[in-house]
Design a protein around this ligand. Structure first.
Ligand code: CP
Length: 311
């Protein structure tokens, strides 16, 4: 059992919660590698995917995870719901809730939307990314990928690089890594750094070149062009020169070090095309882990342990 009813952020999760999610996800590896990728663990449970902002990875992996757990699911988007006719979020949630659903998975442009949903339903809510706030299920798949690669998380040195201030990925990943005993260094241009110099006890620097040789994981953040709101950024080319991951920098990384990116990538800006596809890249491993960890989160939050994983 997790210590939380909903999965809204990572700073509410204990090390035991995170370990349970990662271990349960590992137990689903075998299911995902079968010819028939299905177990009855959430049979009869109803899950609503409410995606009010575009998504490729998160939406498709939740939908696949639900199918693999035999849940009944329904996907709704902002443009296909009565939200476009002016219905409030509270009315939408109460309407769906009246159909006796068990879980809402919500992606929203507005920070705080998943929390708001918890106030209008007794169902479990998973935050699938809300504005600049949090993306906890991304953090869990990142931790899964890193732990699978190294066998542990404690003591690892992780640089999170790029658009720190606008990034819900950074806001979720950094505290989760710290909870699991990793050392996190934030790297970004001064205009992209977080305001609090003691944010989750993570040192910040504006020089990737000063830290790259010391890191086990270099985690490149997407430059969120759609969330800039006038922030001063160098040109694409200048950003790439100062903060982009190119092969010259990759060749200075430790031999066993790895590269992660949450996607979608701006190839040629924060990460060069050849780097994204190089042997150190774990970007597609992260995508694969997304299905496993989302299966684990839904399974644990819906009390699926009574239903049997292996049947
Ligand atoms: N990483 C991530 O959240 O990707 P999507 O926006 O495609 O879901």
């Amino acid at each position: 059992m997790l210590s939380v009813k909903h999965l809204i952020d990572t700073y509410s999760l204990t090390a035991d919660d995170i370990t349970q999610i990662l271990d349960t996800a590992a137990s689903f590896e075998e299911v995902n590698n079968r010819a028939i990728k299905k177990v009855p663990a959430l049979r009869g449970r109803t899950i609503v995917n409410l995606f009010l902002e575009p998504s490729t990875r998160t939406k498709s992996s939740f939908e696949l995870a639900e199918k693999r757990l035999s849940a009944d699911s329904l996907s709704m988007g902002g443009s296909t719901s009565s939200v476009v006719k002016g219905e409030s979020l509270a009315d939408t949630i109460q309407t769906i809730d009246a159909m006796n659903v068990d879980m809402f998975v919500c992606r929203a442009r507005l920070a705080g939307t998943p929390q708001k949903i918890t106030e209008n339903t007794d169902a479990v809510v998973i935050n699938a990314g809300d504005g600049k706030h949090q993306h906890p299920t991304q953090a869990m798949l990142d931790l899964y990928t890193i732990r699978k690669n190294f066998g542990h998380l404690d003591g690892l040195k992780v640089a999170i690089v790029g658009d720190l201030a606008h990034s819900r990925v950074c806001g979720s990943l950094a505290p989760a890594l710290k909870t699991m005993g990793a050392d996190v260094t934030l790297v970004g241009p001064p205009t992209f750094q977080v305001d609090d110099p003691d944010w989750f006890g993570c040192p910040q620097t504006s020089s990737l070149d000063e830290v790259i040789e010391d890191m086990d994981v270099v985690y490149m953040l997407r430059v969120q062009l759609e969330r800039m709101e006038g922030a001063a950024i160098p040109s694409r080319r200048e950003y790439n020169r100062l903060y982009g991951l190119d092969m010259k920098r990759v060749n200075r990384m430790k031999p066993e070090a790895i590269i992660c990116h949450p996607g979608p990538m701006n190839r040629g800006m924060e990460i060069n095309a050849d780097v994204a596809d190089c042997a150190k890249s774990r970007i597609l491993n992260q995508v694969n882990a997304g299905v496993l960890t989302r299966m684990a989160e839904m399974y644990l939050l819906l009390g699926g342990e009574n239903n049997g994983v292996s049947a």
